[in-house]
Design a protein. Structure first.
Length: 331
C-alpha cells in the first residue's frame, strides 16, 4: 500500500492568506521527508465564506518540492473544463516533475459550481467520459480528430506531450455504484472518499467486477480518508473533532451526502470515526488501516489531516507521526 497526503487548500474565512504559500511548501516537504509516496490537491469553486485556492496554481506552486513523490489532482472536476486545456496542464506538470504526475478526475456534485461554469449538471457524466477519452488521445497521438456530443476536435495536437510512456495514469473519483462502474470502464484506477467502510468495500468490488465483465485487465484502487494522529487518542480527538465535524457539516450543506447512496453526513462523531475517519494514536490508526488492507487490498490510501479551523502546528505533528510511525508498519 502506498500513502498520499491531500494538501488542503481550503481555509476558514478568518484565516489570513499571507504566508499560505510557504505553509503549502512546508507541508509538501514534510510529507516528502517522512516517507509519503505522493501529495495531492483537490478542486472546488465559489465556496461562500470558505477560502479555496485554485488547484492548478497550488499544483504548480509545490511541484519543485516533491522530491521522489508523485503529484496528483484528487480531484480535477473535469466537466467544468475543456479537456484540451487539462491535457496541456497535465503534460506540463508531468514534464516539470520528471514524469511524476497522476491525473485524478471526477464529476463534481455542487449545483452552484456547474451553474457558474455554464454547464448543465445533467451533461456532467457525458463531459467526463468524453473528456477522459480526449485527454488519453491527446497524450498518446500526434493528431486527434474527435466528434462527440460535447466536444469537437479537428486535427488537434498538444506539444509537448507528457514524459510518461504511454501517458500519466488517469484515476476516476466516484461516489455511487454507477459512477464507480464507470470508473472501471474508463479509468486506470478508482479513488473513493467519504463513504462508510461497508460501502467502500462494495465499491472496490464493483470496480473490479466491472473491469472483469468488460475484459479490462488490471486497475488500482484507493481511498481518501480523513485522518489525524497524536501521541494519544484523547489528544487526537481534542485537536481534530471540531474542525472535522465542521467540515462534514459543510459537505452536507454542499449536497455531498445526496451524491452518495444510502449515506448521511450528519451521523454522530463516534459513528463517523469508526466508519470513515482514522483518528487516534499511531497504534489506533495502524489498526484501522490494517482493516482496509485486509478487507479491501487497497493500492493507495490518501489522508487529509487538515480542515478549516485546524492549527498548522497540530497538522504538522499529525503528518510527522503518520509518516514516522504509521507508514513503516505497512512497508
Amino acid at each position: 500500500m502506498e500513502f498520499g497526503l491531500l494538501l488542503v487548500s481550503q481555509y476558514d474565512e478568518s484565516r489570513p492568506m499571507q504566508g499560505i504559500g510557504d505553509e503549502l511548501i512546508a507541508q509538501t516537504e514534510l510529507a516528502r521527508d517522512v516517507g509519503f509516496d505522493s501529495v495531492t490537491v483537490g478542486e472546488h469553486h465559489v465556496t461562500n465564506s470558505d477560502q479555496y485556492l485554485l488547484n492548478e496554481a497550488v499544483v504548480a506552486h509545490v511541484a519543485e518540492h516533491i522530491g521522489a513523490m508523485d503529484l496528483w489532482t484528487t480531484l480535477c472536476l473535469l466537466p467544468y473544463h475543456n479537456p484540451v486545456r487539462i491535457a496541456e496542464f497535465g503534460a506540463t506538470i508531468d514534464i516539470l516533475t520528471g514524469g511524476q504526475f497522476r491525473l485524478g478526475v471526477g464529476l463534481g456534485y455542487r449545483e452552484k459550481e456547474y451553474d457558474v461554469f455554464g454547464v448543465s449538471k445533467a451533461d456532467g457524466p457525458g463531459r467526463l467520459i468524453e473528456g477522459v477519452e480526449i485527454i488519453k488521445r491527446l497524450w498518446t497521438e500526434d493528431s486527434v480528430t474527435y466528434h462527440g456530443k460535447h466536444f469537437t476536435l479537428e486535427e488537434t495536437s498538444i506539444r509537448p506531450q507528457p514524459l510518461q510512456d504511454p501517458r500519466p495514469p488517469i484515476w476516476i473519483g466516484a461516489s455511487n455504484e454507477s459512477s464507480v462502474r464507470r470508473s472501471g470502464r474508463i479509468g486506470d484506477g478508482f479513488i473513493g472518499a467519504h463513504v462508510p467502510f461497508g460501502l467502500a468495500k462494495r465499491q472496490v468490488a464493483d470496480f473490479y467486477d466491472e473491469r472483469q465483465t468488460k475484459g479490462i485487465d488490471g486497475g488500482d484502487v484507493g481511498f481518501i480518508r480523513e485522518a489525524f494522529v497524536a501521541e494519544t487518542t484523547e489528544q487526537a480527538e481534542q485537536a481534530v473533532r471540531d474542525p472535522l465535524m465542521g467540515k462534514y457539516e459543510s459537505y452536507s450543506n454542499w449536497g455531498q451526502d445526496d451524491a452518495i447512496e444510502d449515506d448521511d453526513f450528519g451521523s454522530p462523531w463516534d459513528k463517523l470515526r469508526h466508519e470513515r475517519f482514522l483518528v487516534g494514536s499511531p497504534d489506533d490508526v495502524i489498526a484501522d488501516i490494517e482493516r482496509y488492507r485486509d478487507e479491501m487490498d487497497l493500492d493507495y490510501l490518501v489522508i487529509r489531516t487538515q480542515f478549516p479551523g485546524s492549527d498548522f502546528e497540530d497538522v504538522h505533528e499529525s503528518v510527522r507521526l503518520f509518516g514516522e510511525e504509521v507508514i513503516p508498519a505497512f512497508q
